[in-house]
Design a protein around this ligand. Structure first.
Ligand SMILES: C[S@@+](CC[C@H](N)C(=O)[O-])C[C@H]1O[C@@H](n2cnc3c(N)ncnc32)[C@H](O)[C@@H]1O
Length: 223
């Protein structure tokens, strides 16, 4: 099994952020929305609450979520000012700025507009965190009783050969910047067992960890 190689937490380099903000993530991000809908059928399209999105980046997931659940609002958090600048522009283009409040802040020290949320989502933040407990503690600090939690992230492959295989399968036609980022993210990701151990340690055993593609896992449940 390949050891984890952490990457930088925040994505702040202008070239990297631009490549990420304009990349086509429709396959992975539609998977996020579709799997959420399957797992949380009790949340229907008339759900009308403020959703907390941790590590929102350019808000592609947030906007897809906003389209699927038209009565929701969002507090979308990221530590990178550069990412939030792209998020602001793209949200404006889709006329969603009034529903998505951007919050600049670095987990675990974030100041949120409200203390507790009924729904907390996060995509591709976990593998960026040097200390993964930062995500689980933030979830615990800001969850209402019976809050719904839905996190998706990459699964670390067993070896470098598999990293290259997945890169060839999924980002073959992308710019070098994006290919490198994807490969580094795979190397920085956790395994299913590592995430299960993290949840056990934090008393979050009622969250389920499940693979949903050759490179993604979801971590979800009701607290
Ligand atoms: C790979 S991007 C994912 C963005 C978005 N969720 C998506 O799915 O497209 C990870 C984001 O997490 C942010 N991030 C990493 N560590 C963070 C921390 N400790 N606090 C806040 N944001 C963080 C990065 O700046 C980056 O924008």
């Amino acid at each position: 099994m390949m050891d984890r190689i952490p990457e930088a937490e925040l994505m702040e380099d202008e070239e990297q952020v631009k490549a990420y903000a304009f990349a086509d993530f429709s396959t992975a991000h539609n998977l996020f929305i579709e799997t959420f809908q399957q797992k949380f059928s009790d949340i229907n399209s008339s759900f009308n609450d403020v959703v907390l999105d941790l590590g929102c980046g350019p808000c592609d997931i947030t906007r897809r979520f906003a389209q699927a659940y038209p009565d929701t609002g969002f507090h979308a958090v990221d530590g990178s000012e550069a990412m939030l600048n792209y998020a602001a522009g793209l949200n404006e283009q889709e006329n969603l700025s009034h529903r998505i409040k951007l919050v600049q802040g670095c987990l675990p020290d974030i100041q949120l507009p409200q203390q507790f949320y009924h729904l907390i989502i996060s995509n591709s933040l976990l593998h960026h965190l040097h200390d993964p407990f930062v995500l689980w503690e933030t979830v615990q600090q800001h969850a209402k009783p019976y809050a719904h939690v839905f996190v998706m992230d990459l699964i670390r492959p067993v070896d470098e050969q598999t990293v290259k295989f997945l890169s060839g399968e999924h980002v073959k036609n992308e710019a070098d910047q994006l290919k490198n980022d994807f490969e580094n993210s795979l190397r920085a990701a956790f395994t299913l067992d590592e995430v299960r151990q993290q949840l056990d340690e934090k008393g979050l055993e009622n969250l389920t960890v499940e693979p949903v593609s050759d490179r993604h896992m979801i971590i979800y449940g009701i607290l």
